[in-house]
Design a protein around this ligand. Structure first.
Ligand code: NAD
Ligand code: ZN
Length: 375
């Protein structure tokens, strides 16, 4: 039966083709303290043969750490250590793909990303680009990937981004910072071992954790909200409150934040993020400010739009004695400020989710500049 136009065009979340999103979920997930030890068993049936390696992309913060010895590297597998200092770039993905294709006669059996959002996104992108021609920058956008990616596994070592569940990999390209959003992006397998987040420095723990908290606030207060998103968003918010406002043990906190991240990611999968993310993209594009801290820098000044969320955020800052940096935009040239607002304003679905269809009458370039100037 053909659906009637007028019914299907209601509640359009981002664009017409996504009105009833048929999005992929991670088909397999292992959870639990120490579950990293299962990795060898999980990968074994996925090995095509001894010449088709497993490639492990690992955050170089683990250089010299015991974790490297626990990676089940056999045959011609390779461990590649990568810095998460900067957010992933399309040219970095292209270089990794070239290196792998030059070195091996066979396509790898799998790509395993071990680290935070940076390494998870790199692993997703490399898995896609090993089977799709050209540069990663050609696939930044929505549903531009048409060939199945290589089997890929995500193993987070810091919690918050939700990159472990999402169907996107956010990349800085030559022209834009934008995700490769596709059905082939989502991980085939995720391994959630809360013990892997043990060494995360406190401030980074807070910033990446706040990414999750802000996902919840933006999703739950957005105009795209629906029962699907709400069910995950509320659970994630509840977990964030326990982690950041209550007194629980470190071990419990690691476990709960890992699950908060998962649920937060699921929540935005069927809604959208909002203002802090739109503006944080601008900060990231012009100044290279990273996602988590960028969201915090913006969110503190969004009281007018998310009053309860910002009040809670301030309580969290205070409880954990986090002092956000200041003066980030103070020396910005007029032209950089213009680029920043253009990038932020360009994130239309995020604004529409935050403020509704008439968002342009609420948020103006001048308003954005006045917020940026405070940062
Ligand atoms: P990250 O990967 O950038 O890492 C942040 C810092 O934490 C790095 O210095 C890293 O070395 C360190 N670190 C990670 N694990 C550690 C551990 N166990 N011990 C000690 N140090 C550790 O952090 P992130 O905030 O998870 O990721 C940010 C990236 O994620 C951005 O590039 C952003 O664009 C992306 N992102 C992607 C999605 C998505 O859906 N794909 C969603 C949100 C953000
Ligand atoms: Zn985010």
């Amino acid at each position: 039966m053909e659906l009637k136009k007028e019914t299907t065009l209601k509640n359009i979340p981002t664009k017409a083709s996504e009105e009833y999103r048929n999005f992929p979920m991670v088909p397999r997930v292992v959870y639990g303290k120490g579950s990293f030890n299962k990795l060898g068993d999980i990968l074994m049936p996925k090995r095509k043969h001894s010449e088709a390696p497993m490639i492990y992309l690992v955050d170089d913060v683990f250089e010299g750490a015991d974790l490297l010895n626990r990676i089940p590297s056999i045959f011609c597998d390779q461990i590649i250590l990568i810095s998460a200092e900067e957010e992933p770039k399309t040219e970095q993905v292209d270089a990794l793909v070239r290196m792998i294709l030059d070195k091996y006669t066979e396509l790898p059996s799998g790509i395993i990303g071990i680290g935070g959002g940076t390494l998870l996104d790199l692993a997703k992108a490399v898995a896609i680009m090993l089977t799709n021609k050209g540069s990663a920058s050609e696939y930044q956008g929505w549903d531009l990937v048409h060939k199945q990616s290589i089997y890929h596994v995500g193993i987070p070592t810091i919690s918050g981004t939700g990159a472990e569940v999402s169907r996107t990999t956010v990349l800085m390209g030559p022209e834009k910072k934008l995700g490769i959003n596709s059905d082939y992006t989502t991980f085939d397998q995720v391994l959630l071992d809360p013990e892997l987040t043990k060494g995360v420095p406190k401030e980074q723990w807070f910033y990446t954790g706040m990414d999750c908290f802000i996902h919840c606030i933006e999703s739950l207060n957005g105009t795209f909200l629906n029962a699907f998103s709400q069910s995950y968003g509320e659970k994630s918010l509840e977990l964030c409150k326990e982690v950041f406002l209550e007194n629980i043990t470190e071990s419990e906190s690691r476990e709960k934040l890992m699950m908060a991240s998962w649920h937060g990611g699921m929540s935005i999968a069927y809604s959208q993020v909002g203002m802090a993310h739109a503006m944080s993209y601008g900060l990231g594009y012009v100044l290279g400010v990273k996602h988590g801290i960028g969201n915090c820098l913006v969110f503190q000044y969004l009281e007018e739009f998310y009053p309860q969320g910002v009040a809670m955020f301030n309580e969290m800052l205070k409880k954990h004695q986090i002092v956000l940096p200041t003066g980030i935009c103070s020396n910005l040239s007029e032209s950089d400020m213009n680029t920043m607002t253009t990038v932020a304003m360009g994130m239309e679905p995020l604004w529409e989710n935050a403020l509704g269809k008439n968002w342009k009458s609420i948020i103006t370039v001048e308003k954005l500049k006045s917020i940026y100037k405070k940062i």
